[in-house]
Design a protein around this ligand. Structure first.
Ligand SMILES: [Zn+2]
Length: 308
């Protein structure tokens, strides 16, 4: 059995309803409580590190320091944080390396244990926990859009990256994996870029929904799928956001699962995922034992002297 965890950055609970997209509404779905600690609004690496570890930022050490989602302060809306670490904060980060150019520091990686350290668990990329490069590339892409990259190039790059991440998740279903986690930044990048363009953002949501359905269709009877977001995205055309600054993160995080429950808060996800993975491990091992007991040719073993 595999629990696939798709970290769909900025998947907005309000926009799932507004666009009326069944692809995201699995058996149990709805709001997910999230938080903001180092900025005014939920900050991507900080929240995803909490999702994977179950720990608050002061314990996993991944904060907004050293990174900025947008280099362009006009579009960022969240750029009040200087993005530089003081020495004491620096010390709390696990592996902290500079980018190849040395101009920008990479997303930190926590030393704390996460659900991806469990037996049989695997992770492709996950901010703050495993391989932050795809997120860094997605941020670079967002900056390129802000600097005038045309939409067809943007979407080609965006969906190209996205398809690799969803393809990896599907492949894991063919292997003895307990938990398979991957972070997908497409909806956040598109949400920032298309916060004023309803049709364009609807198209991206619909396409990402198709990727989700492909994973859902690939699930075996014992497999499960969990969709999560860290926050949503405020957009110009969504009535509840009328007085808000578009292209900033909303509080409308989302959770959806193929089981009859879902996590209620980003702090509960690790426990929720692990308890299901463990329950399956236990039922698998007991059924294995049963099968073995039935299959053992006891008479033959007795003849060979292995049994009295
Ligand atoms: Zn995010």
């Amino acid at each position: 059995m595999t629990m696939v965890v798709l970290a769909l950055d900025a998947l907005d609970a309000g926009l799932v309803e507004y666009f009326d997209l069944d692809a995201f509404r699995l058996e149990s779905s709805g709001d997910l409580e999230t938080f903001a600690r180092t900025q005014d609004l939920p900050y991507t690496p900080e929240v995803w590190a909490t999702v994977a570890t179950g720990l608050p930022p002061e314990r996993h050490g991944i904060t907004a320091g050293g990174t900025s989602e947008w280099d362009n302060p006009v579009l960022e809306g969240l750029s009040r944080v200087s993005g530089r670490l003081d020495e004491s904060t620096r010390g709390t980060l696990g592996k902290f390396v500079r980018s190849q150019t040395g101009e920008r520091e990479r997303i930190g990686r926590t030393d704390a244990e996460s659900m991806f350290d469990d037996d049989g668990a695997v992770v492709h990329n996950w901010p703050g926990v495993a391989d932050g490069r795809p997120l860094q590339r997605a941020w670079d892409l967002m900056n390129a859009v802000a600097e005038g990259m045309d939409r067809s190039t943007f979407e080609r790059e965006l969906f190209g990256q996205c398809s690799q991440q969803f393809g990896w998740a599907r492949e894991m279903l063919h292997h003895p994996v307990s938990i398979a986690g991957v972070h997908v930044h497409a909806l956040d990048a598109a949400g920032h870029a298309y916060a004023d363009d309803e049709d364009a953002l609807r198209h991206v949501y619909t396409r990402v929904g198709e990727f989700v359905t492909e994973v859902e269709d690939a699930l075996g009877d014992a497999d499960d799928l969990l969709l999560l977001s860290d926050h949503g995205m405020r957009v110009e055309f969504y009535p509840p956001d009328a007085d808000e600054n578009p292209a900033t993160h909303s509080w409308r995080a989302y959770a959806s699962s193929t089981t009859n429950t879902r996590p209620e808060s980003v702090f509960d996800v690790r426990e929720w995922v692990e308890s299901r993975a463990r329950r399956d491990e236990i039922s698998n091992s007991s059924s294995d034992a049963d099968e073995e007991a039935i299959d053992v040719p006891t008479d033959h073993l007795r003849e060979l002297g292995y049994l009295d």
